[in-house]
Design a binder for this molecule. Sequence first.
Ligand code: PGA
Length: 263
Amino acid sequence: MRTKLVAGNWKMHMTHVQAAAHVKSCMAQIDAKSNVDVVICPPFLAIPKLSDALRSSHIRLGAQDVFWKESGAFTGQISASMLSDFNVSHCIVGHSETRGRFGKLETPESTLPFFSETDLTVNLKIKALLFRSINPILCVGETLAEREAGRTDEVIQNQIRGALQGIEDAELYFFVVAYEPVWAIGTGKTCDSAEANRVCGMIRQTTREMYSSELADEVRILYGGSVKASNANELFKQPDIDGGLVGGASLDPNEFSFIVMCA
Ligand code: PGA
């Protein structure tokens, strides 16, 4: 039986002061006895403060990205060992926004070269996280053009195979995948729950083919993309959806707590 997981991805929102007030409110509202794993992924600069604030809480701390080298001349980067110093337990990898693939159409295509995450860098990041015992939350998903061309499953299978290359099954027991259709992120358009469940099932089947049934049954597969209070229940009822990666709605402590309750 997989425990449901709800992760909040705050993206580039909240100063460290706002972040502390926000988690205080979440801690007050989210039932410590509930059988749901909750992770909050703030911007890097809020991590030290939240590490203290969450010390005796059941809410876990996550990061939004990592660099794969331990240290060195890599200006602007943060390593897995730096995250583990602050008790970061999870880290998002390969988010469509770090891959330069945005759901919001007003983001110009010309920004793409500034992001340029690839399956190879995702793979290196996952290995660096596993080395430091931080659980990766691997994001996969298709753009609208890929969906309309009937390429959804192929795109996602390639992302998973690329991300997990050279990684043994024993390392992946706490691994999390988030299916995030790019066209549903920050757009208010949610993937139909039956279709989201089908894709999550396809992801599970891919891990079964790559590794084993045992691993496929353990891996938690989340849905992300405009999850909100009004659709969380329907999404989380689906047998292959083990929770959510929540962006915009995680910025409101009341709504986020309600979504956790749905899980
Ligand atoms: P959203 O973002 O919930 O605002 O669509 C989800 C995500 O990008 O992880």
